[in-house]
Structures are given as structure tokens and as C-alpha cells.
Design a protein around this ligand. Structure first.
Ligand code: EPZ
Length: 423
């Protein structure tokens, strides 16, 4: 298995180009299933999750061509299967996003029940509640742990759906199921993430009639048909936030390009509270961690526009190094403190009680062998390794490489001493 070796690196300096957003490109690729015409998606990051989504779409009948390193053509003239492969679904939870498009286009979708993962049980009850509201019959087959959704004889019928929690995936799946339904659908208490807006913009280019994406109520007027479209993926706000924290924790100075400050307001606000200087442009930021002392702050993760749960662990790594103690509360996932034990191994002093963590500042971090437990926890350990004394060896790095394009190259170009070794 491959590992990262991270050494104490001093202040990072230079310019980094942010890639297209992983959490936008995956639903965009699924939405391409909705049309029998060609869709072109640009700024597609080269990630393992994208490769998995390509495999899933191909197994359903899509013809996929890489027009360039970051441009995909997806052409699904015919859907040859309405069942997602078990092995692929268990590798990537986002595979469930093919359910909505399959249901919309073919009236049927069958997928293996996605397992939980390191950060929580992650059920799909809200996705299924939405499909049922649109008239689909849901059958869960416990013994072979499959779930099947079958539309009624007249296809899907628009309805008003209230989401008990503003689930990102459920909002996306229901939006994609509703675009070809008869009549109008309202999703209430919808997720408001920028990735939802990006998906709605893409489907509207295909001929959908979606209004309100980015607010808590989304209106979808069903249309009979969707044409192909071209679309550029929004920048990855979580990758951008990760590099903002790299500038802060190493007391460096980074110019972060292809990043939308509009999508980063909570992270900008919190880092400014800590004393980090941030200048924002239209599509870039300059982050200065070299202009003076950095102090503690408190974080509470919330659905967008609140503080993003995906930045909780990298931000916690940073908080171990500032002056004073901080409190971090995780409200989105029930088990997203797996990185605490690993940071503690490096010398951090963090106490957790339920979904609350108390972090002592000014930790003298020491390099040692640690393990990435999920994508963002892995990134947190890299940030800690950049300032820890000695060498930090990080295993299970496949988590990191599923979600950060050219991770090593981008960090090394900024002066980080980080290498990838095969075990
Ligand atoms: C998306 O996951 C992201 N993944 C996650 O990013 C992100 O952390 C999450 O949204 C929250 O922002 C992608 O977009 C591919 P949810 P998703 O449905 O859609 C519960 C990363 O690191 N829930 O908003 O799975 C669920 O258990 C990943 O890039 C239900 O109870 O997130 C969780 O506690 C990690 N029933 C909460 O809602 C459901 O039917 C948020 O889940 C669905 C979700």
C-alpha cells in the first residue's frame, strides 16, 4: 500500500490552481444519463471517484470519451441496464446518484444498499422518501441488500417533498428524478450547497425548468425531454479551504487561483478571526499566515451556508497549533472525529465528548506513523505533518487520492516536503 512521507516544511509560498469540485462533478456526470444526446463536462478533476463514476455510467450504457485531460464527453443514447454494480457502489457512496436519473429516464432503478463508512451510517431514507413521493414503489430486499425503485404506470408525478434534513445527495437525487416527471415538484428544506446550484444550472442548460437552487425550496417543473449540454464544473471549495489552511498552519503566503470566495465565506471568516490575513478577488484569494500571531476560535459545522463539515478535520489540525483553546462541534455526521486519535498520536491535546471536541493550542506536534480514516481526515494529517517535528508517515492514502487532484504535486510546488512511497 502507498504512503505519504511528510516532513516539517517551513512556510508554504506560491500559487496553487484549484481543480473542479469532486462533489459537483459526480452529480453532473450522473445527470448526463438524463439525455440521449452528448454532454460535455469541462474542468473534470482526475480522481479515483471520477473514474468509478465513469465505470458505473459505462455499465449503464454511456459512451464516455476523454476529450482532454479534464474534459469528458458522456453520450447515453440507450440505457442498457437500470442496475448499478454492487462492487462499484460499495466503493463509492455517490454511486447512489444514478438512481434519480435511471428512475426518470427508464422508470426503474436497482442499487445495492450503500454501506456506511468511517464518518457515519449514511442511510438513504431521504432519497427513497423523495422517490416514493413522486409515485415510485420502493422495495428493499434485505437478504441481498438491494433497493429497487419502480415508477408507477404513468411514470413519476410531481409532488411537494419535505426533507427532514437538508441532505445534499437526497436533494440532488430527487431533483434529477423530478426533471422528467409529470407536473411540478417542490423540494422543501432542500440543501443549499453550491454543488446543488451547479447541478441545477447544468440541467437547465439541458432544458430542465428548475428554480430556487441554492435556497431551501427548489421548484422543478417536469419537461418531456432533456437535450445534451456543455458545462464547466465549479471550483472545489473544499480543496481551496484545505490550501487556505496550509498557508495558515505553516505561517506561509499562498495565492489560491480558481477559487470562489462566495463559496468560502465561513472559512474566510473563521481564519480571519484567528488572525490570518485574507484578500479576496473575483476568483482567487491571497492567504497570509505570516503576518503575526494566530489565535483560537470555535467551529460548529452546519449545512451550507454554515461551516462545512468537510473542513472540520483540516481546521482542527490547524487549531492544535494556534494560541489558546478551541471548541469544535460536528453536527452533520455522527462520527467524524476519527482524526482526533491520529492527531493525538502526533502530540495534540484534544478531548472529545459526543460531537464536541476541546482542542488545546500550541501543541508541539511530532512526526510519527498515522492513518488516514477518511478523505478530509487524511488531508488534516498532511497539514499537521507539515509543521510537526521530524517525519510523519501517513497510510491509507487512497482516501486522500480519491478526492484531491494532483495532491502531492500541488503541495510540493509550494515548498512542502512530501513524497509518496509504495510500502
Ligand atoms: C455530500 O455527501 C458530500 N459528498 C460529502 O462530502 C459532504 O460531507 C456531505 O454532502 C455534507 O455536506 C458528495 O457530494 C459526493 P448528506 P452526502 O446526504 O450527500 C444524513 C467529502 O469528504 N442522511 O448531506 O452523502 C447523513 O447520514 C464527502 O467530499 C440521512 O439521514 O451527505 C448525514 O449524517 C464526505 N438520510 C447527513 O444526513 C439520507 O437519506 C448529511 O448527509 C441522507 C443523508
Amino acid at each position: 500500500m502507498a504512503k505519504y512521507i511528510v516532513e516539517q516544511s517551513g512556510p508554504l509560498r506560491g500559487e496553487v490552481q484549484i481543480s473542479g469540485a469532486k462533489n459537483a462533478v459526480l452529480p453532473l456526470m450522473a445527470a448526463a444519463l438524463l439525455s440521449e444526446e452528448e454532454c460535455i463536462i469541462r474542468d473534470v478533476p482526475q480522481l479515483r471517484d471520477v473514474s468509478l463514476m465513469k465505470e458505473i455510467l459505462a455499465s449503464l450504457g454511456s459512451k464516455i470519451d476523454e476529450l482532454s485531460e479534464n474534459t469528458l464527453s458522456i453520450y447515453t443514447e440507450d440505457i442498457i441496464s437500470t442496475e448499478a454494480d454492487r462492487e462499484l457502489v460499495t466503493k463509492m457512496r455517490a454511486s447512489i446518484l444514478v438512481m434519480g436519473p435511471l428512475l426518470a429516464r427508464k422508470g426503474r432503478a436497482r442499487i445495492p444498499l450503500p454501506g456506511g463508512c468511517a464518518i457515519g451510517a449514511r442511510p438513504i431514507d431521504l432519497h427513497l422518501k423523495g422517490f416514493e413521493a413522486l409515485g415510485a414503489q420502493i422495495v428493499i430486499n434485505e437478504e441481498d441488500s438491494y433497493v429497487e425503485a419502480v415508477a408507477g404506470p404513468q411514470g413519476l408525478i410531481g409532488e411537494t417533498i419535505y426533507l427532514d434534513f437538508p441532505s445534499v445527495g437526497a436533494t440532488e437525487n430527487i431533483m434529477m428524478a423530478a426533471v422528467l416527471a409529470e407536473g411540478t415538484t417542490y423540494i422543501e428544506n432542500a440543501a443549499e450547497e453550491p454543488e446543488i446550484v451547479d447541478l441545477a444550472n447544468f440541467m437547465n442548460k439541458m432544458g430542465a425548468k428548475i428554480k430556487g437552487a441554492g435556497t431551501d425550496t427548489i421548484k422543478i417543473e417536469g419537461v418531456p425531454h432533456l437535450r445534451g449540454a456543455k458545462h464547466t464544473v465549479i471550483p472545489d471549495r473544499i480543496e481551496a479551504a484545505t490550501f487556505m489552511l496550509a498557508a495558515a498552519i505553516t505561517k506561509g503566503s499562498l495565492h489560491i487561483c480558481n477559487a470562489l470566495p462566495e463559496h468560502l465565506k465561513p472559512v474566510i471568516a473563521k481564519l480571519r478571526e484567528c488572525g490570518v490575513r485574507i484578500e479576496v478577488g473575483d476568483d482567487d484569494l491571497i492567504v497570509r499566515g505570516d503576518l503575526g500571531p494566530q489565535n483560537h476560535t470555535d467551529i460548529k459545522t452546519l449545512p451550507y451556508p454554515g461551516f462545512p463539515t468537510d473542513i472540520q478535520s483540516p481546521f482542527m489540525a490547524y487549531l492544535t497549533t494556534v494560541n489558546g483553546s478551541s471548541v469544535v462541534i460536528e453536527t452533520v455526521f455522527e462520527n467524524r472525529f476519527m482524526h482526533v486519535s491520529q492527531l493525538s498520536k502526533m502530540g495534540a491535546s484534544i478531548e472529545t465528548a459526543g460531537n464536541k471536541a476541546n482542542i488545546k493550542g500550541n501543541a508541539k506536534l511530532r512526526g510519527c506513523s498515522v492513518m488516514a480514516t477518511d478523505l478530509r481526515a487524511g488531508a488534516a494529517l498532511v497539514l499537521a505533518g507539515l509543521v510537526a517535528e521530524g517525519k510523519t508517515e501517513i497510510s491509507e492514502i487512497y482516501h486522500i487520492e480519491r478526492g484531491y487532484e494532483k495532491f502531492i504535486e500541488k503541495f510540493a510546488a509550494l515548498g512542502a516536503k512530501i513524497t509518496r512511497v509504495e510500502d
